[in-house]
Design a protein around this ligand. Structure first.
Ligand code: SF4
Ligand code: SF4
Length: 228
């Protein structure tokens, strides 16, 4: 059922009118002020989904985003991402349905340079960071998230590129969710959706729609792979 819904959403997403979305983006207006608010956790803006409190900067990334960062930086997988502990399925072994960008101890994105207030992988940053603060909801309505750069004058070409990226982001994420549904089958029971409690010795399986990894969490070393 979930898979069929996603497939219908994908058909609709592919037919979204980019010009229309771009006009709406231009009407709002945006220019990044580069203060890095979206790269750092803000407790005032935690997102609550089904009783799960997701930090404002728990940034889900697609496998292709991860590959692009790894190719550009030479980093290992676990230097780039950590399991998305906010989207897990409870079972015999906790199952995470993907990755989020790795964060430092203070919760800030691993790739944010606090001293210079900039993204150190700007040219290779994930698609979600490129579309922020704009998103499209299931019915194609433009959502504008909290951001200090909105309501700034915007060139038509920038709005058009932003609209194109937004449609690409929407179709890519739906394709990604379909791959997760197809890979997990009945195991993807949304009634069992939960947040993993990080505790020493927690075994976590991660399936990102393409590959599966098994790792263990420890207080001292974070998440370490035991099998992939
Ligand atoms: S919150 Fe908005 S303006 Fe601030 S760094 Fe992020 S995208 Fe740029
Ligand atoms: S990848 Fe760059 S833009 Fe995205 S959250 Fe991290 S520092 Fe910010």
């Amino acid at each position: 059922m979930l898979r069929e819904n996603l497939k219908s959403q994908l058909v609709r997403a592919r037919s979204r009118e980019v010009n229309d979305i771009s006009h709406r983006i231009r009407d709002v207006g945006f220019k990044c002020m580069k203060y890095g608010w979206c790269c750092c956790p803000d407790p005032e803006f935690e997102i609550e989904i089904l009783d799960i409190h997701r930090p404002s900067n728990a940034i889900s990334v697609l496998p292709r985003d991860i590959r692009a960062i790894q190719d550009a930086t030479g980093c290992n997988l676990l230097d780039v991402v950590e399991p998305d502990i906010y989207s897990c399925i409870r079972g015999e072994k906790m199952l995470s349905t993907g990755w989020i960008l790795k964060r430092k101890h203070d919760g800030t994105c691993m790739f944010f340079d606090d001293d210079r207030n900039l993204c150190t992988i700007y040219e290779h940053r994930p698609l979600i960071c490129r579309v922020f603060p704009f998103f499209l909801d299931g019915s194609g309505m433009l959502e504008v998230r909290h951001c200090c750069g909105t309501h700034q004058q915007m060139e038509g070409m920038d709005a058009l590129e932003s609209g194109q990226r937004l449609v690409r982001y929407l179709t890519s994420t739906i394709e990604h969710y379909i791959a997760i549904c197809e890979g997990l089958g009945d195991e993807l029971d949304m009634d069992k959706l939960c947040q993993a409690r990080l505790e020493d010795g927690l075994m976590l399986r991660v399936f990102d729609g393409e590959t599966e990894s098994i790792g263990e969490y420890s207080d001292g070393a974070g998440f370490q792979m035991v099998q992939d």
